[in-house]
Design a protein around this ligand. Sequence first.
Ligand code: SF4
Ligand code: FES
Length: 290
Amino acid sequence: MSTQQPEPETQEAPQDPEMKGAESPVDQRERESGMADQTSVDDANLEGETVHIKVFRYDPEVEAKQEPRFDDFHVPFTKGMTVLDAVMYARDEYDSSLTFRHSCRQAVCGSDAFFVNGKQQLGCKTQIADLEQPVRIEPLPHQEVVKDLVVDMEHFYDQMHAVEPYFQNEDTPDASALEEQRQSRENREKIKMSTRCIWCASCVSSCNIAAGDNQYLGPAAINKAYRFAMDEREPEEIKEHRLRIIEQEHGVWRCQTQFSCTEVCPKDIPLTEHIQALKREAVKKNLKFW
Ligand code: SF4
Ligand code: FES
């Protein structure tokens, strides 16, 4: 496992001349969706150019690749190209061993959070045209690296599950009578943003407190706790149970309101605000500071 940041090392990837003029997956997607003519000003500036990306590499199973390094790739730019498009091209055309996670390609699955030019970002949501070159692409900081851009997410998932991220109410409506579990508009508005989390772990990776305290629940899990603790459809005793979970020693009181989580969240969830709201709820119920 490695979390080291190595010095860059240049390894030019060859450009396949046969690929010139070929339709890329991005072009194909845009053509099919009718978006092909929505070229931005920045896109136009990069038309016909190659994009220089520097990608973190590490493979514990191959002796020659155990020392972390950066590989350089020069990828032909295509309209609307994202960071994910660029690393996919590098993998498909230059080095099939380049490893990273991705799935939906539309900022929904949360699997392709990378550290791009020093900031946690979703690869599929980040436009290459908006970035300074060379574009430096690394795995999420403060997580153990499994291989190349893939980090171990087990601890993140454990923290998410620790707050019991599911609706709890024994008093459910009579399904046979087609009754609904109603929620007021106001309450829906209150928790709306917190429901957007896609479990990408960008926030946790940006958090200094989480980096120094492995047991800290972290902004994503606390946001998930907020999503249920503030839901008026759960009974009061469950809310108290939830507050006891988040006010533990490594819970909400660890947050030092640095706002880094809020800044990097790709779904614009006001994480710091939600953490502060839970602190207030915990104080109302039981004054307990660690
Ligand atoms: S709160 Fe935002 S940054 Fe954190 S895991 Fe969820 S979507 Fe990602
Ligand atoms: S590939 Fe699913 S969020 Fe980027």
